[in-house]
Design a protein around this ligand. Sequence first.
Ligand SMILES: Nc1ncnc2c1ncn2[C@@H]1O[C@H](COP(=O)(O)OP(=O)(O)OP(=O)(O)O)[C@@H](O)[C@H]1O
Ligand SMILES: [Mg+2]
Length: 268
Amino acid sequence: MDKQQKIEELLQMFDGNASQAALAVRNYATESARQIARKPRRKVSEEVVIKIDSLVKTYSLGKNEVQALKGVSLDIHKGEFLALTGASGSGKSTLLQMIGGLDKPTSGAIAIDNTELQHMSDRELSRFRNQTIGFVFQFFYLQPFLKLDKNLEVAGMPMGTAKPIRAARVKELAGQVGLADRLGHYPKELSGGQMQRAAIARALLNNPKVILADEPTGNLDSENGRAIIELFEKIRDEFGTTIVIVTHDKAIAARADREIRLQDGVIV
Ligand SMILES: Nc1ncnc2c1ncn2[C@@H]1O[C@H](COP(=O)(O)OP(=O)(O)OP(=O)(O)O)[C@@H](O)[C@H]1O
Ligand SMILES: [Mg+2]
């Protein structure tokens, strides 16, 4: 039965009692809204791109030990847009760094695209990172003395991509993030939102399968923050990129395909 029919049926049932009819219609509408909210936000692929198994990270500071992650297991799927939330100090950045191979876990395993990170030498790991992962941070980290085109181009250097190919790719990416007319500008001549879009273009240079973003909207107003999230959604839809973002913003977390919350180093 469609909505219109159901409402008409309710109205007939309560014929002669307008207020009861109105209440019944409202209850029906509320329940339909609840059912919609309970559905998975979006269908994602079965393919697991990031596999995290019993991850523990303990930092040692002299005699003190901080257990930042106390056994985290999580599968993240191809093309999934996952929001990582939790209070300050709950382990979000630590988890993102482990996924990105920027730091090594104390125990447990991470596999990206079926490759176990713990078996790689530092050199292999850094090559793998350049090929597979794009990083985006809260404080953009653009080189202040390089114009935007060079800022983007240098990200292709470790991969040994030829200069003309890099230059063409930079133009294409600048267009995709809406900065085609800003390539000759220095970072200080860009707005915060533009700088973050530039950082995202840089992260995309090597066509990564995975983007890891630590509070990418933390330094932006809500309008620019929304534009960044829309850009991530566009990237996910066009390239099937798996995107993990750490955020404190409830609206952003609600928009993601899934929200995973950390508390004191465990998923809750
Ligand atoms: N390099 C480090 N050395 C020692 N302790 C660390 C280090 N990095 C993080 N920690 C500790 O590990 C815990 C988790 O830190 P983490 O940075 O992952 O938190 P977070 O969830 O990202 O917090 P925030 O929202 O404030 O960024 C904290 O108690 C923190 O003090
Ligand atoms: Mg953090």
